[in-house]
Design a protein around this ligand. Structure first.
Ligand SMILES: C[C@@](CO)(OP(=O)(O)O)[C@H](O)COP(=O)(O)OP(=O)(O)OC[C@H]1O[C@@H](n2ccc(N)nc2=O)[C@H](O)[C@@H]1O
Ligand SMILES: Nc1ncnc2c1ncn2[C@@H]1O[C@H](COP(=O)(O)OP(=O)(O)O)[C@@H](O)[C@H]1O
Length: 300
């Protein structure tokens, strides 16, 4: 078979409620993922052995060895089906690296779908979803896209209805933030505030009904009132300049502002296309308009 290309979306967590740290080191979550129209493309071509190349934004920060999440996905799929991981994976990156937008997860989901097609495996959807969950907490959502509630460590998905389009502007920061570092900082802030950071002491978080209704109604004002991110204080604590970025977006006309996932990308909800253009212009260092919801991993 000749080369196949899969398009995969970035995400923003419109709700990110973080429960306590579990004995396995992960945190219980209730998160509402929304896929946004900012995409990486993963192309799988026949090769002898496994080879990774990448092009596009931030490409110098993408590992090109076996630690690349797309490579790990190809190896996991090959092992599951008893085939050799013979593939050249080329990643065209548009999703910011280590930006809290699940770029690596998107590439892993894209690689699974692309290799499945290239190798003619016909893997059932449930099998691909199980492999996604092994690769990372965010990877199942990258496969399905749209909007979904994520529970457990984020890998257990319940699809959510979205009744309209939402317009976002994403302000990209210089350099990334490490997801484990941000969770650790969240724990530290909880303990410093006199509380516990342990799952045994904290109630498991749940979906916010007002936010779920706002998505269903397609109402940007209602969604902007309900946005929440429990990791935001930790991201801002590690990168204090983000407070200024969030304030600048609000001053430039955003309905609401929040850190995307673990950051440091900041997400702004815009009331109109014209407002999104004006907002993006307020961040000359790099801001990207995108619409949501967006479909999950799609074979082109
Ligand atoms: C914070 C979120 C929000 O969607 O994404 P990003 O903003 O980084 O994209 C996710 O929880 C990131 O998911 P993902 O990037 O897939 O993380 P994983 O590879 O599963 O885990 C990396 C590390 O993050 C921490 N982690 C992750 C998920 C979770 N529920 N609790 C955690 O404590 C753990 O330290 C874990 O070792
Ligand atoms: N395909 C990939 N694209 C981007 N980063 C990757 C990839 N594979 C592994 N990584 C590593 O994962 C880290 C987190 O990247 P990413 O998934 O973009 O961020 P986030 O977890 O904030 O959404 C990067 O710093 C990089 O070292």
């Amino acid at each position: 078979m000749s080369a196949v290309t899969v398009r995969v979306p970035a995400k923003v967590n419109v709700q990110l409620s973080v429960g306590g740290r579990r004995p396995d080191g992960f945190h219980d979550l209730a998160t509402v993922f929304l896929a946004v129209g900012l995409y990486d493309h993963v192309t799988a071509a026949p090769a002898d052995g496994l080879r990774i190349t990448a092009a596009g934004r931030d490409v110098a920060r993408v590992p090109l060895d076996a630690t690349n999440l797309a490579a790990r996905a190809a190896v996991a799929l090959a092992k599951r089906y008893g085939v050799e991981p013979d593939v050249h994976l080329h990643i065209d990156k548009d999703i910011p690296v280590a930006g809290g937008m699940a770029g690596g997860s998107a590439d892993a989901a894209g690689a699974l779908v692309a290799c499945d097609a290239l190798w003619g495996l016909g893997a059932p959807r449930e099998e691909l979803l199980a492999l996604c969950a092994e690769l990372g907490s965010d990877v199942p959502f990258s496969l399905v896209g749209g909007a979904a509630l994520g529970t457990g460590r984020g890998e257990i998905l319940t699809p959510l209805e979205v009744g309209g389009e939402f317009r976002w502007v994403f302000a990209v920061a210089e350099g990334g933030l490490s997801t484990p570092d941000v969770y650790r900082e969240c724990d530290r802030l909880r303990r410093a505030g006199g509380g516990s950071d342990l799952a045994a002491d904290l109630a498991a978080p749940g979906a916010d009904p007002a936010l779920v209704a706002a998505l269903r109604e397609g109402s940007a004002p209602a969604l902007s009132a309900a946005l929440s991110n429990d990791l935001q204080a930790a991201s801002v604590s590690l990168r204090p300049a983000l407070a200024g970025t969030l304030a600048a977006g609000l001053a430039a006309g955003a309905l609401a502002a929040l850190v995307s996932g673990s950051g440091p990308t900041c997400a702004f909800l815009a009331p109109s296309e014209a407002a999104a253009t004006a907002l993006a212009a307020a961040f000359p260092a790099g801001a990207y308009p995108a619409l949501s919801p967006a479909p999950g991993a799609t074979l082109l």
